[in-house]
Design a protein around this ligand. Structure first.
Ligand SMILES: *Cc1c(COP(=O)(O)O)cnc(C)c1O
Length: 422
């Protein structure tokens, strides 16, 4: 399987081709056309000298699946193609990847700067775990680029970015912050989960290390957990070493599901973001909606930066309902083609309030401090027909607005929502 016939040249073909063929132009055993799931924990060698050379990395090959695995390697190669990266390292979850990167590149007495709107789990690493290890953490207002630049200029080892943010879809000016970080020699890490490699390539914007939760759009079917880190080999060798020893390796079954999912990423995303734009535009006209967050809307404060650093605006929309949680509780159960759940990036449309999804770990006071309204709903737009998703949302709003809808709802739908939440 290491006998690669021909690598897809990243610059040579489009993304729709790269998602399908990237990392997979490999000769498989039995002439299988699909990547085999290699479940072996270890790999045997009759030739002890060869075994030793493989162990030392002098010869390609596998020793033990915590270190590397043939199925996982194909996924890593595919991500290299998608992010135009020299090297990639897969992890058991997105959080394992993020935690692995932060622990690889930060030591006692060092400093990391990030934004307040990072993913909930990432935020917990910043607030709870890194300070315990003697790492100084500074979290700045996500959109206050001037303050971010001032903090970076004071010196830091790592700048950690995430854009668009979850769940309010704020856009961070990556090029500008990378420039500030380079002045002080800081390593820049970016979480590219929301954008996907199709919509944004942080390495091309000057970022050093890209992290992904493969659980979301990459795998795309809500049936697997995984994470991937990409970047230059001299950085990835350190991340790989951390994973080998700390052990959050991806299992080959999950790697296979993610590989399979990625093949349709371009097709899925094209449909998903066309619908996202349509839903966002409709939501702007809906009387029960106070505000809409989608970078594809010209009035979105980050629209121009998004246009300059992204190829598309993504499939996540969020909006604030008038009447707060009360309206959320009425609206969501009325949707016919939606999961009400905590994940995103799947083929099905998924709705969830911040209270039970991105900010489930925060208290009401913390959410208020972060500007997360109780009426905020996140939509991960699926691949269903756009017209059906739009009609579904419209009928739900119409029902909430009608008195009849109100009466029915109090009885059974509110009850149903409580079950969903539990
Ligand atoms: C889901 C998510 C993560 C964490 O990924 P897991 O696979 O759930 O561990 C990290 N960052 C972002 C932006 C996410 O959406």
């Amino acid at each position: 399987m290491e006998n690669k016939k021909r690598a897809v040249q990243a610059s040579e073909v489009g993304m729709g081709t790269r998602v399908v063929w990237g990392g997979e132009q490999v000769q498989h055993p039995y002439n299988a056309t699909q990547t085999p799931i290699v479940v072996s924990a270890a790999y045997g060698y009759d030739d002890i000298d060869k075994w030793y050379d493989v162990a030392l990395g002098k010869e390609p090959g596998f020793i033990y699946s915590r270190m590397s695995n043939p199925t996982v390697s194909v996924l890593e190669d595919k991500l290299c193609e998608l992010e135009s990266a020299e090297s990639a390292v897969a992890f058991s979850t997105g959080m394992a990847a993020i935690s692995g990167v932060l622990h690889t590149f930060l030591s006692y007495g060092q400093r990391v700067i990030s934004t307040r709107d990072s993913y909930g789990g990432t935020n917990k690493i910043f607030e709870e775990f890194l300070p315990r290890m003697g790492v100084e953490v500074t979290l700045c207002d996500t959109l206050d680029t001037v303050v971010l630049e001032q903090e970076i200029a004071k010196g830091c080892n790592v700048l950690y970015l995430e854009t668009p943010t979850n769940p309010t879809l704020k856009i961070v000016d990556v090029r500008r912050l990378v420039a500030a970080a380079k002045q002080v020699g800081a390593l820049v890490v970016a979480d590219n989960t929301f954008a996907t490699p199709l919509n944004q390539n942080p390495l091309a914007l000057g970022v050093d290390v890209v992290v992904h939760s493969a659980t979301k759009f990459l795998s795309g079917h809500g049936d697997v957990l995984g994470g991937v880190v990409c970047g230059a080999e001299h950085l990835m060798s350190q991340v790989r070493h951390y994973r080998e020893i700390n052990g959050a390796s991806l299992d080959p079954f999950s790697a296979y599901l993610i590989i399979r999912g990625i093949k349709t990423l371009a097709l899925r995303l094209r449909q998903q973001q066309a619908s996202a734009q349509l839903l966002a535009e409709y939501l702007c006209t809906e009387p029960l909606v106070e505000s809409v967050n989608y970078p594809g809307l010209p009035q979105h404060p980050g629209h121009d930066i998004a246009c300059s650093q992204m190829n598309g605006f993504g499939a996540i929309v969020s909006f604030v309902l008038k009447g707060g949680m009360d309206t959320v509780t009425r609206l969501l159960p009325l949707l016919r083609y939606a999961h009400r759940a905590g994940n995103l990036g799947a083929v099905e449309t998924i709705y969830g309030p911040a209270r039970t999804t991105s900010h489930v770990e925060n208290t009401l006071e913390e959410r208020q401090a972060l500007g997360i309204s109780e009426g905020l709903v996140r939509v991960s737009v699926g691949i269903e027909d756009s017209a059906d998703l739009l009609a579904d949302l419209k009928q739900a709003f119409a029902l909430v607005r009608s008195k009849q809808g109100d009466a029915n709802l109090h009885a059974d739908s509110a009850q149903r929502f409580i079950e969903v939440e539990a």
